[in-house]
Design a protein around this ligand. Structure first.
Ligand code: NAD
Length: 491
């Protein structure tokens, strides 16, 4: 099996000390690829290439329209290779191919969006406090960017970082999750094919505590953009303080989905399932905390249980599969641990709560879609991000109580409200402390809407214009056209 290589300074290379890692299919634990396993030295080589390309190369001063043309070309190549990329993503993550095809459309859309807006910022002339002067504000690239991505949406998360960094003239070193590097490797082939100059975009494969830690601590890196778990985010924040790197952190979520009795019942049930069981709950914005008005609790849970039992679990490559496996044995063990803790704390499993018994699924990391009732807000199953196919159900009787429950979390990534009372809906979302709130919707995101978290869900925003601004420094240039002595200190 040919080893997947790293891309450093325009060349495909093995790890310096020749180490490799097996990439495993979570559906059956078979080896699907072997990838180079880089370490701190490989990361240093990539950082040095990116530094050189930024300090001495043409990329930062290339006209934005020309950089945008490269980014648009990458979008076209992703569209051309969509099927191959989608299948690779499903092999690596276990998600359904249909879902991966949707991801690839979204990813091409992200590159297109940033190609479209990347050359529109001409800076700004601001008023000068003295006559005969020009005062202007311009945006410049930050420099060398370290970009670290997670395993749940490997290429989607990479696209949110690559496209805005490139179009604004930065150079970068990306480190994908060591579990799911395959589509990112493929997209770096497309970046090369698009003709992006050597050293501008570099790829290092390997573990978080080696390659990731080097990116976070290396003083040649000016910005770290990280998507992943809250504990890793805290470590990166600390490491990045070494040279006061710019930080963009997209961390976890434990997202409330509030359903009022006056909501459209069937739609709310349907979307409550979509909000969580898509990609087996391994979504940062999954609506795992279902908060239902007490008067409809029994009917709602009954309807959910009936539908959850029919979710078709299996290989992402089978047309009728609706939910694939979890990503790894470690992650399955973590999900099981949370379920056991939930039971001990007094929550009641009404469906799921274990691995499937189907003999065809025994080699994969499968877990049944699970619903817990009798939940209270202090339980770990309600508070912690289990990142699996688990819904916890809490109830409320007043609007104030619903909002209080929704906000009772260290996270603040996203949340939804279901009601046909538009005034009530607006009142609720105005008080919900989250980066994205949906009314009669859940999980919808798109390239021109900013994405990110309040509270411990992160710092900064990706997507939208704000996602572009993360990759720029603002400079004020003041030009006195008629300089004269000030004479403060006499002649
Ligand atoms: P993780 O934090 O374990 O790993 C994420 C990345 O960080 C990986 O590439 C990993 O190798 C690297 N890493 C690990 N330790 C490191 C260290 N000490 N220094 C530098 N890098 C290090 O997260 P995960 O399990 O891969 O992903 C799941 C998490 O990602 C969940 O918490 C989920 O909510 C979050 N997520 C958030 C968003 C968002 O938009 N907010 C999107 C997707 C995923």
């Amino acid at each position: 099996m040919e080893t997947k290589k790293m891309f450093i300074d325009g060349k495909w290379v093995d790890a310096g000390i020749g180490e490799t890692r097996s990439i495993i299919n979570p559906f059956n634990q078979e080896e699907i690829a072997v990838a180079a396993e880089g370490n701190e030295s490989d990361a240093k080589a990539a950082i040095s290439a990116a530094r050189q390309a930024f300090d001495n190369g043409d990329w930062p001063n290339t006209p934005a329209a020309a950089r945008a043309a490269f980014v648009r070309k990458i979008a076209e190549l992703i569209e051309r290779d969509k099927e191959e990329l989608a299948e690779l993503e499903s092999l690596d993550t276990g998600k359904t191919v249909e879902e991966s095809r949707g991801d690839m459309d979204d990813i091409a859309g992200v590159f297109r969006y940033y190609a479209d807006i990347g050359d529109k910022d001409g800076g700004e002339i601001i008023d000068s406090p003295i006559p005969d002067a020009v005062s202007k504000v311009v945006h410049e690239p930050v420099g060398v960017c370290g970009q670290i991505t997670p395993w749940n949406y490997p290429l989607l998360q990479a696209s949110w970082k690559l496209a805005p960094a490139l179009v604004t003239g930065n150079t970068l070193v990306m480190k994908p999750s060591e579990i799911t590097p395959l589509t990112t490797v493929k997209v770096f082939e497309l970046i090369e094919e698009a003709g992006v100059p050597a050293g501008v975009a570099n790829l290092v494969l390997g573990a978080g505590n080696t390659v990731g830690a080097e990116l976070s601590t290396n003083i040649e890196v000016d910005l770290i953009s990280f998507t992943g778990g809250i504990e890793t985010g805290k470590k990166i924040m600390q490491a990045a303080s070494i040279n006061v790197k710019k930080l963009a952190l997209e961390l976890g979520g434990k997202n409330p989905n509030v359903v009022f009795a006056d909501a459209d019942f069937e739609t709310a049930v349907d979307q409550a399932m979509n909000a969580v069981f898509f990609h087996a709950g391994q979504i940062c914005s999954a609506g795992t905390r279902l908060i239902i008005e007490e008067s409809i609790h029994d009917k709602f849970v009954e309807a959910l249980v009936e539908r959850v039992q029919n979710i078709k679990i299996g290989s992402g490559f089978d047309d009728d599969t609706q939910m694939g496996p979890l990503i790894s044995a470690e992650h399955l063990a973590k999900v099981e641990k949370y379920v056991e803790a939930g039971k001990k704390e007094g929550a009641k499993v009404v469906v799921g709560g274990k691995q499937p018994e189907d003999p065809a699924l025994q080699n994969g990391f499968f877990y049944l879609p699970t619903i817990f009732t009798n939940c209270t807000t202090d339980m770990s199953i309600v508070q912690d991000e289990a990142f699996g196919p688990i819904i916890t159900v809490e109830t409320f009787t007043t609007e104030e109580e619903a909002v209080k429950l929704a906000n009772d979390s260290i996270y603040g990534l996203a949340g939804g409200v279901w009601t046909n009372d538009i005034v009530k809906a607006e009142r609720c979302v105005a008080k919900m402390r989250m980066g994205t709130v949906w009314i009669n919707e859940f999980n919808l995101y798109f390239p021109h809407a900013p994405w990110g978290g309040f509270k411990q869900s992160g710092i900064g925003r990706e997507l939208g214009k704000l996602g572009l601004e993360e990759y720029t420094e603002t400079k004020h240039i003041f030009h006195n056209l008629k300089p004269e002595p000030v004479n403060w200190f006499g002649e």
